[in-house]
Ligand binder design. Sequence first.
Ligand code: ASP
Ligand code: MG
Length: 406
Amino acid sequence: MALIVQKFGGTSVGDLDRIRNVAERVARTYDEGNDMVVILSAMSGETDRLLDMAAKITKTPDSREVDALVSTGEQVSVSLMAITLRAMGYKACSMLGGQAEIFTDSSHTRARILDIKASRIKELLEDRNIVIVAGFQGVDEKGDITTLGRGGSDTSAVAVAAALRASRCEIFTDVDGIYTADPNICSKARKLDRISYDEMFEMASLGAKVLQIRSVEFAKKYDVPIHVRSSFSEEDGTMVVYEDANMEKVVVSGVTHNKNEARITLSKVPDRPGIAMQILAPIAEAGIGVDMIIQNTRAGNMTDLTFTVPKSDFDAALEIEKEVAADIGAEDVLGDKNIAKVSVVGVGMRSHSGVASKMFAAMAAEGINILMISTSEIRISCVIEEKYTELAVRALHSAFGLDAEG
Ligand code: ASP
Ligand code: MG
């Protein structure tokens, strides 16, 4: 007998039939003698629906009230699940974040979990209840409802698994695991049996939307192995675990792409100390995250500075830089939304060389121009023209020997 945490995403609980399917799956694992804690997302589309309503009232709804609003999505799914399980004859009980004593800081809409007491969960488990916990939400020291950022139920699941020292944390989703590339654009992509926390972290931050990034950080910190698998099949998915010696043998584990960034260039900027700060500080002050930055030197004490921001912040960032350019005497501000970032990721890069040149050669062979480059210890990313994204992913996938046979 073990304590198992299972998390089901929005699509898996999208209607009453699907809730029933999940309930049967949970009941089966429970009947094998396991203690079960189930974490749920809101029914698919619900969080967006609620956010849209608030946005119709005002562009800037108060974030405390937004949390009170969006957290209702999970309240609906957990109670429906408990009602379903009870109707099937099982002992089941739903819990909101506050009832489960999931304590967070007070940063509404992007709160961080500080501590989980889970005393009532433990009592209910003692009494052989299936405990259904609302994902995505917690409560701050004032007792106000907080939420953990989009996709936050993954983090709730990992955090609850860590707090209860569960033997397994299974994340059920609408894909059957983590792939070497997005199967929608690369037909030769393969499902990975195992991936390390660090690789998963890079892939999650590069736009492979299967797990919320913070859940991966949490899993690594508290040593919680995650099993990512499909709610619509019995097949094993992908284990996200500590890296082992075998993983190092593979140079590149996956190719990812991200079309959600745009770039901004300030050209002919007078090259003097403090210039990068003058250009980028106002962007940070506006709460806009910058991903890549490159600076080129020109003749005559001039420099060009290029950086990328999320596409959704592009217009705001461009406005800011037009003012900055006038202030510092830069010649021009150029923006480009039609870019994409393609990356190769693998812990094997730590011990292998020549990965970057192989990547550049594969792009050159397809006639793809590289606009920007950035690297980390286990990742190389290139910004290219958006229209070449699919071609680049497929070329890299095959260049690094990831293609499935046949
Ligand atoms: N319901 C929330 C969202 O849509 C949290 C989650 O699904 O993980 O972002
Ligand atoms: Mg999700």
